[in-house]
Design a protein around this ligand. Structure first.
Ligand code: PMP
Ligand code: GLN
Length: 378
């Protein structure tokens, strides 16, 4: 069989979750909460189902949800998106990203990805027939290197994927970073696909720097977000895209033949729940407390803590406790210590091993404490 994705196997998240289950390990690998969402959100979805809102919604998403998203973006980032022409509800960020790439990238177009990057980006570009141009984030700090990005731009560059807060490194782009990207792209027609799924998880009082705040970026950007992350419902697979009307029109051409539309009652439930901004306004404090609890425990081990500025991830350097390569270390940690983690090498095409692994702290305090008790043996 001629395969379109010869290099692709089962994702590291699936592999590590299966191993965690098999070994009875605390799963700090795959990124998802082990606690439930607000019962009010469940009630809102249940109400929608009971009201008979169970048939196809409009192709672009339930209007009330598109309006709620537009209102949120305007309140948070000061930019108005037209809910009718510029917001589309998607089956999670995963579908949003592949649909954006299929809509924008033509065969032979170059697309810049900043490595390490989320594992779906490169296969998505491959499926679109694009040429992946990998630019490393700065070693050690995972900061964007604008000289390297500038050097990677060519007349064939069609798009760049950016992701802040960043999975896996938990770094966050500053306003200065965003302005540099804006300046760099100003003389070009390059699109930005901005993966902002962790937009409501930025710590230490810093604001999230959405591309929506920067006019020169917003005009060329497809913003992707996910209700799964924001409302602790990763299994619902509902997200959205915000993009200027002409880009949205192209996005929707692909979306309608990709999924056509997204489950109805969840959309109505989310729309009703979004009437209050409290849940997402409280999210930074909610996750910062968990980050701090987890970091305080890790500080007592020989794992070296890297900064966690945003997202629900914490990376650690492992050379103080093991000589194993990252991937083998994660297998060993899961099997022998009973805590699952994700090797950063999984986010690099080359499998680059820098002795760093990622933990997810979107867990009940008791789960984090159990994991820390086990990690204390290292
Ligand atoms: N982008 C990034 C950076 C992510 O971490 C994730 C979730 N792990 C996604 C996209 C996919 O989000 P969703 O579950 O909404 O499809
Ligand atoms: N985004 C999650 C992570 O980085 C996992 C998503 C998935 O399992 N594909 O862990």
């Amino acid at each position: 069989l001629q395969t379109k994705l010869p290099a692709v196997g089962t994702t590291i998240f699936t592999v590590m979750s299966a191993l965690a289950t098999e070994k009875g390990a605390v799963n700090l690998g795959q990124g998802f909460p082990d606690f439930d969402c607000d019962p009010k959100l469940l009630q809102a979805v249940g109400d929608a189902m009971a009201r008979g809102l169970n048939q196809y919604p409009p192709m672009t998403g339930v209007p009330a949800l598109r309006e709620a998203v537009a209102a949120k973006i305007e309140a948070m980032y000061g930019r108005k998106y037209d809910p009718a022409a510029e917001i589309t509800i998607t089956a999670g960020a995963t579908q949003a990203i592949i649909t954006a790439i299929l809509a924008i990238v033509r065969p032979g177009d170059e697309v810049i990805v900043l490595e390490p990057c989320y594992d779906s980006y490169v296969p998505n570009i491959d499926l679109a027939g694009g040429v992946v141009v990998r630019v490393p984030l700065q070693p050690g700090t995972f900061r964007p290197d604008f000289d390297k990005i500038a050097a990677a731009l060519t007349p064939r560059t069609r798009a760049i994927l950016v992701n802040s807060p960043h999975n896996p490194s938990a770094t966050v782009w500053s306003a200065g970073d965003m302005r540099k990207l804006e300046e760099l792209l100003a003389p070009t027609d390059v699109f930005v696909i901005s993966d902002e799924v962790y937009e409501h998880m930025v710590f230490d009082g810093e604001p999230h720097q959405s591309v929506a705040r920067f006019p020169g970026l917003a005009a060329r950007s497809v913003i992707v977000s996910s209700f799964g992350k924001t409302y602790h419902v990763t299994g619902w697979k509902v997200g959205y895209v915000a993009a200027p009307a002409p880009v949205t029109a192209e996005f929707r051409k692909v979306h309608q033949f990709n999924v056509f539309t997204v489950n109805t009652p969840m959309q109505h439930g989310l729309a009703a729940y979004m009437a209050s901004p409290e849940p997402y306004l409280q999210l930074p404090a909610f996750y910062q407390r968990k980050r701090d609890l987890f970091r305080a425990g890790l500080a007592a081990t020989r794992l070296k803590l890297l900064p966690s500025e945003g997202s629900y991830f914490q990376c650690v350097e492992i050379s103080g406790v093991s000589d194993l390569p990252e991937a083998e270390f994660c297998q060993w940690l899961t099997s022998e210590i009973g805590v699952a983690a994700i090797p950063l090498s999984a986010f690099y095409a080359s499998g680059f091993d820098q002795r760093v692994v990622r933990f997810c702290f979107a867990k009940k305090d008791e789960t984090l404490r159990t994991a820390l008790d086990r990690l204390a043996k290292l």
